[in-house]
Ligand binder design. Sequence first.
Ligand code: ATP
Length: 280
Amino acid sequence: MQEALRLISPGAEPVRADFVEQARRLRHGSDGASRGLALTIRGLRKSFGDNEVLRGIDLHIPAGQFVAIVGRSGCGKSTLLRLIAGLETITAGTIGFSEETRPEDVRVMFQEPRLLPWARVLSNVEVGLGHERHLPDAQARAESALVEVGLDEKRGQWPAVLSGGQKQRVALARALVSQPRVLAFDEPLGALDALTRISMQRLLERVWHDQGFTAILVTHDVSEAVALADRVLVIEEGGIAHDIEVDIPRPRRRGSAQLAALEGSILKNLLQGTEDTSDL
Ligand SMILES: Nc1ncnc2c1ncn2[C@@H]1O[C@H](COP(=O)(O)OP(=O)(O)OP(=O)(O)O)[C@@H](O)[C@H]1O
């Protein structure tokens, strides 16, 4: 971390590329291996009262993979993500990580930015450090995370003056500041307009690529899933109905025939047996 901090010390003008390269080295280590955690889920079940939402999920996610979870509204996507993040209790089964985790290793970014309105942007990012926000390097780490999401010039602003996309970038910086090894995204771009959404998708892909965490994205948007993920899981009737590898090289060109064909076949699976598309 020391090296990263030096980049933003007074007198030295920080360059985004320096931070990104620094973050990449911090994340990947000298051997280039991913710093993300692998996950193994066995026989996972979750019920809310009589409502059995997940009925036996078995899944292995390799370290550093980008996985998208899609499925009809209410099928249990967010529940699965919340179980992985430890925000819900498991009814039965296990979720194991490849190494022992600290609370900061697994972070979640939600659809709403959930910023503190009485705290400036930089302080909002520092919140993501948890108990480490009182350490002397907290501010420098928060500044570094803001540089990473391209929002360092807003560090002294109040959340109220930011656009929806900027608020989500602050939320992303707050999630990144603790250098998570698993980052779970619960519809993080759902409330954004189409253009902001595309630029945020590119940002998510870049930080995932630079930092090497394992990414788990819940989305209603199948085109977003195939554009970003290495693998798309379709949840149906409490289980994984389809597990689809997205074998399309990056950078991926939005609107390409390959992406459109894959999106079409996943949508067909989702729509099978119904004409109703309103809740996708
Ligand atoms: N805390 C809770 N208490 C009771 N039931 C819950 C709770 N959380 C989720 N559920 C129920 O579990 C089911 C799955 O919900 P979940 O939010 O995981 O679905 P989802 O696939 O993410 O839906 P959407 O796409 O609409 O966000 C729903 O029937 C929901 O009502």
